[in-house]
Ligand binder design. Structure first.
Ligand SMILES: *Cc1c(COP(=O)(O)O)cnc(C)c1O
Length: 339
């Protein structure tokens, strides 16, 4: 066992989080991939966070933060994606009002889904920044507590329970390959895994376009990068210029960060579907993508996290059929699997 006294989240926090979320957001299956075992030459395990009630792992962090928030008038966030769903769901389950702020550009279907989970939706402005301003105002005027998507100790500790569950089930894992964006997931899992096994190798994987954590670690401080449309849309967004928690943990504990292209993510999504029979977001396929592209070589039993399944099904079907798909203004050329 080792601990990291200088870091803002400890293995004790993660064990506490495991107790806090028990029965609500824990216990997803850890399944083998025969295909990836053949490719890598080592046992390969996938933690299926696509089995969460909201379809993504973010329910762990949101549940931990909300169950620990105490007696407050409510919680607020401004994510329209997997974090927004998680906050709406966890607050509803805890009997705490939740407000999700979003801009006028968010599609009606997303708004309806968050409302259906029992959250109040506040629509303001034309950008994510405007929605964030609305959230800040809710904190000031209504006394709501903001639950951020990654840069919060309770959120990081909640995501870290995934690492605890993986290592408890498979203590021999020697490498973990983790989809990386704001770094709440990688930070939590790294603290848990390195506490249990200091020699374990932790690799973050993200898309080449808009790799904010990678750029920040290289710069030695949080920096902004230009955002580009990606098949791994859940990995988009910055890490926040005033990042206090996920940045220092990722900087200190990640052994490596690997970047994958859109073509590689497409190939990873196809392998995950055609070989492992899993329907998952591009963000979940980056470990497959990096290994199949020869960008990661593993030396022993390996684990990854299949992080979410909240995808645009028609785009997914086109990708599987080898057809072209739109990526913002650009087009990603299609390619049939195995050709
Ligand atoms: C949020 C998210 C990630 C990345 O998690 P971070 O904590 O932001 O690094 C990966 N996959 C999915 C599906 C997500 O929703």
């Amino acid at each position: 066992m080792s601990d990291f006294p200088d870091l803002p989240v400890s293995i004790a926090d993660i064990r506490e989080a495991a107790r806090t979320i028990a029965g609500a957001a824990d216990g997803t299956p850890l399944v083998p991939s025969a295909f990836m075992e053949e490719v890598t030459g080592h046992p390969y395990w996938m933690k299926l966070e696509i089995g969460q009630a909201t379809g993504a792992f973010k329910l762990r962090g949101a549940t931990n933060a909300i169950r620990r928030v105490g007696d407050v008038p409510g919680v607020v966030c401004c994510s329209t994606g997997n974090h927004g769903r998680a906050v709406a769901f966890a607050a509803n389950e805890a009997g705490i009002p939740a407000v999700v702020c979003m801009s006028e550009l968010v599609p009606e279907a997303k708004v309806a889904r968050i409302r259906a989970m029992g959250a109040e939706v506040v629509i303001e402005g034309q950008s994510q920044d405007d929605a964030q301003k609305a959230a800040d105002r809710m904190v000031e005027t209504r006394g709501l507590v903001e639950v951020p998507p990654f840069d919060h100790p309770d959120v990081i500790a909640g995501q870290g329970t995934i690492g605890l569950e993986m290592l408890e089930a498979r203590p021999g894992l020697s490498t973990l390959i983790i989809p990386l964006s704001g770094g709440g997931l990688a930070a939590g899992v790294a603290v848990a895994a390195k506490a249990l096994d200091p020699d374990i190798r932790i690799i973050g994987v993200t898309m080449e376009n808009g790799a904010a954590m990678d750029a920040s670690i290289r710069a030695g401080r949080p920096v902004e990068v230009r955002e580009v449309a990606s098949l791994a849309d859940s990995l988009g967004g910055g890490i926040g210029l005033s990042n206090r928690y996920s940045f220092p943990i990722c900087r200190d504990l990640l052994d490596e960060i690997v970047l994958v292209t859109e073509e590689e993510i497409r190939d990873g999504m196809q392998a995950l579907f055609f070989e492992d029979a899993l329907v998952a977001e591009g963000a979940s396929a980056v470990a497959h993508a990096a290994i199949l592209a020869g960008k990661i070589t593993v030396g022993g039993p390996t684990g990854t996290i299949i992080t979410g399944r909240n995808l645009d099904t028609s785009a997914f079907m086109r990708i599987m059929a080898g057809e072209d798909v739109a990526l913002g203004e650009a087009t990603l050329k299609g390619k049939a699997y195995g050709t």
